[in-house]
Design a protein around this ligand. Structure first.
Ligand SMILES: [Zn+2]
Length: 284
């Protein structure tokens, strides 16, 4: 500490420590600069959210895997959005808007539970294409789905490409799944959505179930963590009669459905189950 002799008052007065003051100023300056950099960064993050990084769960024949896509969303919309077109035998009036919400690969856990709440809120019945293996793991959730009045149909036992299996193996995949659904209190389903949408004429003719695919692919598994991305995909490609594909095993998928449902309601869509959809549109 330094002291200065002051003539007037004839006494020593304590001087403010100059070095300490400079240090405090420097710290404050660093803090201000740091906070503004952080602030600008978070603002930029809000204005320009990072693009989702698509991760391929299923190998699909798409340019996304053989071209350097600058914008994943564009490629997804171009290659995937329309899904698989069903040959419709009973064309409906163009102004009749029906949407069949379908959820594959479950039953999931928290995400499925959340979805059941959303469906209840909007008083909608959806269709769950469950895996027998998942149903065995989580029978309580399947019971809850059935109790809520949703339709439960088959998506095989553990998601193989059915076209790569022998007829006996295909039968086993379907029988085990039917059994798991029955055990949870459900009815034996007459609908099968083959994994990856892959099936052969032989499978179709021998399994004793109707193949039920989709017309609108939310691509929700590509938009994990980005519910708005898959919601935009659905809303941007929806047709007057739409079978919409989702997976209830991802949080972002059920959040996406939560965005889509009220929008479709506003657009005048009526929600139907897969069986009802088939009844209205015909066999395929
Ligand atoms: Zn699947």
């Amino acid at each position: 500490m330094r002291y200065k002799y002051e003539n007037k008052k004839r006494k020593y007065r304590k001087m403010k420590p100059r070095v300490g003051r400079i240090a405090i100023l420097v710290v404050i300056m660093i803090a201000i600069v740091g906070l503004s950099v952080f602030g600008v960064k978070s603002l930029m993050g809000i204005l320009n959210p990072p693009k989702p990084n698509p991760i391929a769960l299923y190998v699909k024949d798409t340019s996304l895997f053989n071209e350097k896509a600058r914008n994943a969303k564009e490629v997804v919309l171009r290659d995937f959005a329309i899904g698989k077109e069903l040959p419709r035998h009973k064309p409906l009036p163009a102004d009749m808007k029906i949407a069949c919400l379908t959820f594959d690969d479950g039953p999931g856990y928290e995400s499925t539970d959340y979805l059941l709440g959303v469906l209840k809120k909007y008083d909608i019945k959806a269709t769950f294409f469950v895996l027998g293996s998942k149903a065995e793991q989580n029978p309580e959730m399947l019971k809850k789905i059935i109790k809520a009045g949703h339709e439960v149909a088959s998506h095989s036992y553990d998601h193989p490409d059915l076209t790569k299996l022998s007829p006996a193996e295909v039968k086993q995949q379907l029988d085990r799944t039917d059994e798991a659904i029955r055990k949870a209190g459900g009815k034996t389903t007459t609908l099968l959505r083959p994994p990856y949408g892959n099936y052969s004429k032989e499978i179709e003719e021998t399994i004793g179930k109707d193949i039920f695919l989709w017309t609108v692919d939310s691509n929700d598994w590509r938009f994990k963590g980005d519910p708005q991305g898959s919601a935009d995909t659905v809303l941007g490609t929806v047709q007057p009669q739409a079978v919409i594909l989702y997976h209830d095993i991802y949080d972002s998928s059920v959040k996406s459905a939560e965005i889509v449902i009220p929008k479709l309601k506003e657009m005048g869509y009526e929600f139907v189950t897969a069986s009802k959809y088939m009844e209205l549109t015909g066999e395929y």
